[in-house]
Design a protein around this ligand. Structure first.
Ligand code: ATP
Ligand code: MG
Length: 410
C-alpha cells in the first residue's frame, strides 16, 4: 500500500526555485539600504512569552484576539509564535540595557512571522517580514528616514505603492478623542456593524477600518483625530511631512488610517499597492513612544515599520534579474576521470567561478546537451586530456589545468 502523501499545513507554502533567490535578493537589498543608514541586524526568537504580545501588541487587536499561534510548552509556560517583530525587538532593547548605548539605537531584522488568518493570495499563516526600528529618539527625522527607506526598498523591487500617512497624537489625545468618537458613534449605533458595536468600548478607532456600508457612511461624518492633536504633536507631524515633501516623497494624509496595533502614537503610515487587490498593504508602521515603558523599560520613544516579503514580491512582479556571472560546466569524458573532474570543479568554485559538475552519469552527448540547457559559457571536458569548449564561439582547445581558472574567467 502506498503511504499517504503529506502536504504543507494550511496557510503555509514551500519556497521553490527561483523564488528562493528572489527572497534572498530582497533580504540583501534590505540589508544594503538599511545598513547604509546605520541600521544593524538583530535576531530575536521566533517564539516568545505570550504575555509579551498581549501587552506589547494590545489586548484589543485582531492579532491578539484572533490570530496568535499560542501553545503550552512542556513546562506549562504559555508561548506564542511571533505575529510581529516590534514587541520582540523592544523586549531585547530593554533586556540588554540598550538604553545605555548612544541613542537612537537603529535595528533591523527579517524572518518568519505567524498569524492564524484565513489563507488567500497574499495572506498566509506563516509569512516573512522585513522590519526596521529606531529606538531612543523622538526626532521626526527618524520617522521620515524610515518611511523613505521603505519607499526606496519598494521602488527598487518595482512596487508602485501609495503612501497613506497620519498622526495619532499622544496617548492622552487619543483617549480624549476616543471618548468623543465613542459618543458620536453611540448616537448612530443602529447604523453600525455588529463588530464595530462590539469594539466600541475598547477601541472605537477601529470603526475607520470597517468595510460595512452603514459604518462607512457614519464614519464619513465622524470627528477626525488629526484635528485634535496637541500643538507639540501637530508640530512633530508637520516636521515629518516637511521632510517627506523636501525629499519629493508623495503621500496622502488620511486621518482614517488605523494600524492594527494598539501601541502607536504620533506618526502612522502604510504603503498600499493596487496590484494586490484586497490584501493591499505591503508595509506599514509608525511611532510607538509608550511601548518600551509598557514592556517594563525606561520611557523610550521609538518608530519603525514592517513590510511583507510575499506581498512585495507579488506586487513587484518579475523584476529584471542582474546578468548572472558566467558559468562553467565540468564534463566527465571517462568514468575514471570523475575524481579529477570533482577536484577541478572545486578549484574553479573556490576561485570564484560559478561551476556545475556532471553528477548524473550522462553520456558525453547528454552532458553537452545538459551544459547547453544550463546556459554554460564554458565546458571543461575532463578526459585523458583537458579540453575547454567556448559555448558561444564553438571553439574547443586543449588547456593546462593551471591555466583553467584564468581561461574561464575571461
Ligand atoms: P492586513 O491589513 O493585510 O491584515 P496588517 O495591518 O495586519 O495587514 P501589519 O501588521 O502592518 O499588517 O504587517 C506588516 C506587513 O506584513 C503587511 O503590510 C503585509 O505586507 C504583511 N502581512 C501581514 N499579515 C500577513 C499575512 N497574514 N500574510 C502575508 N503577509 C502579511
Ligand atoms: Mg492583519
Amino acid at each position: 500500500m502506498a503511504a499517504a502523501k503529506l502536504q504543507v499545513p494550511r496557510g503555509t507554502f514551500d519556497v521553490l526555485p527561483p523564488d528562493g533567490e528572489r527572497r534572498r535578493a530582497l533580504d540583501a537589498a534590505a540589508a544594503e539600504i538599511l545598513g547604509r543608514a546605520g541600521y544593524a541586524a538583530v535576531e530575536t526568537p521566533v517564539f516568545e512569552d505570550t504575555a509579551l504580545f498581549a501587552r506589547g501588541v494590545g489586548e484589543s487587536t485582531d492579532i491578539v484576539q484572533k490570530e496568535m499561534f499560542t501553545f503550552e510548552d512542556k513546562g506549562g509556560r504559555s508561548l506564542t509564535l511571533r505575529p510581529e517583530a516590534t514587541a520582540g525587538v523592544c523586549r531585547a532593547y530593554v533586556e540588554h540595557g540598550m538604553h545605555k548605548l548612544a541613542q537612537p539605537v537603529k535595528l533591523w531584522c527579517s524572518g518568519p512571522f505567524f498569524r492564524h488568518e484565513a489563507p488567500q493570495a497574499g495572506r498566509y499563516r506563516q509569512f516573512a517580514q522585513i522590519d526596521a526600528e529606531a529606538l531612543g529618539s523622538d526626532d521626526p527625522a527618524l520617522d521620515a528616514e524610515l518611511i523613505l527607506l521603505l519607499a526606496e526598498l519598494l521602488e527598487g523591487h518595482g512596487v508602485a505603492a501609495r503612501l497613506r500617512l497620519s498622526s495619532l497624537g499622544d496617548a492622552e489625545t487619543r483617549r480624549g478623542y476616543g471618548d468623543e468618537l465613542r459618543a458620536f458613534l453611540r448616537e448612530q449605533e443602529s447604523r453600525l456593524s455588529v463588530e464595530v458595536r462590539g469594539r466600541l468600548e475598547q477601541n472605537p478607532l477601529r470603526a475607520f477600518d470597517s468595510d460595512h456600508p452603514g459604518t462607512r457612511a457614519v464614519m464619513a461624518g465622524a470627528p477626525r483625530l488629526i484635528d485634535r492633536l496637541e500643538p507639540e504633536d501637530a508640530a512633530h507631524f508637520a516636521d515629518v511631512r516637511a521632510l517627506l515633501d523636501e525629499a519629493g516623497c508623495e503621500y496622502e494624509v488620511d486621518s482614517g488610517l488605523v494600524r492594527g496595533l494598539d501601541y502607536y502614537t504620533r506618526t502612522v503610515f502604510e504603503f498600499e499597492s493596487p496590484a494586490l487587490g484586497a490584501q493591499s498593504g505591503v508595509g506599514g508602521g509608525g511611532r510607538y513612544d509608550g511601548l518600551v515603558e509598557t514592556l517594563g523599560g525606561p520611557p523610550t520613544p521609538g518608530v519603525g515599520w514592517a513590510a511583507g516579503v510575499e506581498r512585495i514580491l507579488l506586487a513587484g512582479g518579475a523584476t529584471a534579474a542582474g546578468a548572472a556571472p558566467s558559468l562553467a560546466y565540468v564534463a566527465v569524458a571517462k568514468p575514471e576521470r570523475a575524481r579529477q573532474a570533482f577536484a577541478i570543479a572545486r578549484t574553479l568554485r573556490r576561485a570564484g567561478v560559478r561551476t556545475e559538475l556532471e553528477q548524473a552519469g550522462r553520456s558525453m552527448k547528454g552532458q553537452m546537451k545538459h551544459a547547453d540547457r544550463l546556459g554554460a559559457d564554458w565546458v571543461v571536458i575532463v578526459g585523458d586530456e583537458l579540453e575547454l569548449k567556448d559555448m558561444a564561439g564553438g571553439d574547443q582547445r586543449v588547456v593546462g589545468e593551471r591555466d583553467l581558472v584564468e581561461a574561464v574567467s575571461r
